[in-house]
Design a protein around this ligand. Structure first.
Ligand code: AMP
Length: 188
C-alpha cells in the first residue's frame, strides 16, 4: 500500500504516519526529516537546503524528486510507503506519477488532513520548542502556511480528479483521527 498524506505543517501527519507504519508495515518517508538529517550532516544537499528551509520556502523540485526516487527503491519500502511532506506542489505530484510508473508502482490513497490554520500555529510552536527546529519561529511558520495554501493545496484537486482523494478531520483527537484514517484506507 502506497499512500500520500497531505495537510499543512502541524496537522499531525507525522504522528499518524508512524501509527500506520506499525499497523501496516509500510515505511513513513518524511522529506522534512530527510532534509533535516541532511542539514545536520552538513552534506551538499543539506547546505543548499538550510537557508531555503529557514525561510519557510520549498527546496528545489529536482532535489526532492531525486531524494524520493532513491528512497522508495530501498528494501524497507517493499511493503509500501507513506509520503509525508511530498509532493508539495503540482510539478512534484506530476513527476511522482511518472517516476512511480517507471518503477511499476502507483499511489493507492491520498489522504488530506483538514485543519484550522491558527490552531496549527500554537501546536507547531510547542513542537518547535521540544525539537529545537530553527524553521519553526512564528514568522517562518506563517510563511510555511502560506506556501501550503498557495503551492501545496492546488494538488488536492489534482488527486480528487483522479478519484484517489479522501479528506479527514485533522482537528479531532489523535485516536479519532487514527480511526477515521483507517476507515478512509478501508481498514477500519
Ligand atoms: P516539513 O517537516 O515537511 O514541514 O518540511 C520542513 C521544510 O523542508 C519545508 O518547510 C521545506 O522547506 C522543506 N521540504 C520538505 N519537503 C519538501 C518538498 N517535498 N519539497 C520542497 N521542500 C520540502
Amino acid at each position: 500500500m502506497n499512500l500520500i498524506i497531505l495537510g499543512p505543517p502541524g496537522a499531525g501527519k507525522g504522528t499518524q504516519a508512524k501509527r500506520l507504519e506499525e499497523k501496516f508495515g509500510v515505511k513513513q518517508l518524511s522529506t522534512g526529516e530527510m532534509l533535516r538529517a541532511a542539514v545536520a550532516s552538513g552534506s551538499p544537499i543539506g547546505k543548499e537546503a538550510k537557508a531555503v528551509m529557514d525561510a519557510g520556502l520549498l527546496v528545489s523540485d529536482d532535489i526532492m524528486i531525486r531524494m524520493i526516487s532513491e528512497r522508495v527503491d530501498q528494501p524497507d519500502c517493499t511493503r509500501g510507503f507513506i509520503l509525508d511532506g511530498f509532493p508539495r506542489n503540482v510539478a512534484q505530484a506530476k513527476a511522482l506519477d511518472v517516476m512511480l510508473a517507471d518503477k511499476g508502482l502507483a499511489i493507492d490513497h491520498v489522504v488530506e488532513f483538514k485543519v484550522d490554520e491558527d490552531a496549527m500555529i500554537d501546536r507547531i510552536l510547542r513542537r518547535a520548542a521540544e525539537e529545537g527546529r530553527s524553521d519553526d519561529n512564528e514568522e517562518t511558520l506563517r510563511k510555511r502556511m502560506a506556501v501550503y495554501r498557495e503551492q501545496t493545496a492546488p494538488i488536492i484537486p489534482y488527486y480528487r480528479d483522479k478519484g484517489a482523494l479522501k479528506t479527514i478531520d485533522g482537528m479531532a483527537p489523535m485516536d479519532a483521527v487514527t480511526a477515521e484514517l483507517e476507515i478512509a484506507l478501508g481498514a477500519g
